[in-house]
Ligand binder design. Structure first.
Ligand code: GLN
Length: 249
């Protein structure tokens, strides 16, 4: 790790793409950095803002209702997508949650409109009539060919996401619906580009994953970050797992 490391995060459309307390993901990243003496910088890029491809280590876009996504989609393509592609190519992380995840792909088909996405990953989302995919969810992930870990959270989406043939899901559904309610695939991961339907918010319920993101964004290992007292975080994770019906092994 660099001598005085600083995690530089850019939140896209923070005031629009932020439901189910998704902003808590940013707060948790900030706290876990500060508790370790790691600097934390948070920038916001909203409608009309240009995005700097070199200025941030992690680009984040939270969940949003269809109406919010309508507002953001064209702006994302016009003002942000090229920088996101360049950032991902140089190894920066991009994390999208639910509505944000859907906009990382080619686009989101609504009944009356096609919302284009950033095209960072080969996936498409279609809003279908019929039940929304709602509930507690747990997925099994294997990030670095290490031991399999569990992410637990909550999902609520009308969109069904289909991954292209060469794309890999973030995890395998243990409980819940995931990308489409059928394939057992949840989310997407291509290198540092990660998307997931898990709200909750995601990171406070899965602090281990926050540390994985921090380490990856700072180009170091999780062990180098050093341990924290995670009694509350472990309890939050255990509660989320219990809610999904996957108790700690
Ligand atoms: N509007 C999207 C859908 O319903 C995403 C919702 C969300 O972010 N929770 O599929």
């Amino acid at each position: 790790m660099a001598e005085n490391p600083t995690l530089r995060v850019c939140a896209l459309y923070g005031e629009l793409m932020n439901i189910y307390a998704d902003r808590g993901n940013l707060l948790l990243l900030e706290r876990r950095c500060r508790w370790r003496g790691i600097g934390f910088e948070l920038a916001n890029a909203t409608l009309g803002d240009r995005l700097d491809a070199d200025a941030h280590d992690l680009y984040y876009i939270g969940g949003g209702q269809d109406a919010d996504q309508r507002l953001c989609a064209a702006d994302l393509v016009e003002h942000k997508a090229p920088a996101l592609h360049a950032a991902a190519a140089r190894g920066a992380l991009v994390l999208g949650v639910c509505g944000g995840y859907q906009l990382l792909g080619h686009g989101y088909q609504l009944e009356d409109a096609w919302l284009p996405g950033a095209g960072l990953v080969d996936l498409e989302t279609v809003r279908v009539e019929g039940p929304r995919l709602i509930g507690n969810v747990a997925i099994e992930v294997d990030l670095d060919d290490g031991p399999k870990r569990v992410l637990a959270g909550f999902e609520n989406h009308a969109g069904r996401t289909r991954l292209g043939a060469d794309e890999h899901p973030l995890g395998r559904v243990l409980r819940g619906h995931g990308n489409d309610g059928r394939s057992a695939a949840e989310g997407v991961r291509r290198g540092g580009v990660i998307g997931t339907y898990l709200h909750g918010p995601l990171l406070p319920k899965n602090a281990w994953f926050a540390d994985w993101l921090i380490a990856a964004a700072l180009d170091t290992g999780v062990a180098e970050l050093g341990p924290l007292d995670d009694a509350l975080e472990d309890a939050a994770h255990a509660a989320a797992r219990r809610a999904a019906g996957i108790a700690e092994r």
